[in-house]
Design a protein around this ligand. Structure first.
Ligand code: MTE
Ligand code: MO
Length: 182
């Protein structure tokens, strides 16, 4: 009997069992809160509209971008992603002070209710490095985002809307070092 298929199946099961993040469920739909998980001071915080509105100074961005071939112009209001991650209640991205510029190793993975996902490097929106005004927007033209959920990512300057993850369900901070640290 050839043992290899069994070995393969066993390894696959072990691999799935050990995966750091089980496959998320993706029902889609309009979000009314999201979680912030991973390498932050206070992981598993739930963020709602009231917090976005009241705990961060509002940022404004007029953006023009391609969405499925059409040009869209919108005026978004939101909290800066950098502000959200570095103030209460999230409390900051956890870094190792013994590693030079460890913040540049961190990645931010934004996932929608439909599991649509975009990854950002912390260095691109760290106010000291890239300073990109990536925001967690909650108003467009002064109105709620409707089918895009209570919050979506907006990246001023992007030419297409692909990174504007709508219906945010989770923002996860991980270490993107290569080779992996863990
Ligand atoms: N959750 C989620 N966000 C998403 C998408 C998606 O499929 N799911 N599509 C992206 C793409 S490819 C584009 S172009 C824009 C379109 O956004 P708009 O139609 O609201 O302008 O949303 C982005 N955000
Ligand atoms: Mo798109």
């Amino acid at each position: 009997m050839n043992p290899r298929p069994f070995l393969f199946a066993a390894l696959l099961l072990i691999g799935l069992g050990n995966s750091p993040l089980q496959a998320a469920s993706c029902p889609g739909g309009v979000s009314s809160s999201f979680t912030v998980t991973g390498q932050v001071t206070n992981p598993n915080i739930v963020i709602t509209l009231i917090q976005l509105e009241q705990q961060f100074s509002p940022a404004q961005a007029n953006v023009t971008y391609f969405a499925a071939g059409s040009v869209v112009t919108e005026s978004f209001t939101g909290a800066l992603l950098w502000d959200l991650l570095n103030n209460s209640p999230v409390g900051g991205i956890v870094t190792d002070p013994t590693i030079k510029n460890d913040i540049l190793h961190k990645i931010v993975i934004v996932t929608g209710t439909d599991c649509y996902q975009s990854v950002f490097g912390a260095g691109e929106f760290d106010s000291f490095f890239g300073g990109s005004q990536i925001m967690v927007a909650y108003l467009s033209g002064g109105l709620p985002l409707g089918s895009a959920g209570f919050a979506r990512i907006v990246v001023p300057g992007d030419k297409a809307g692909g990174r504007f993850v709508s219906n945010i369900a989770n923002i996860d901070i991980e270490d993107g070092s290569y080779p992996p640290k863990w």
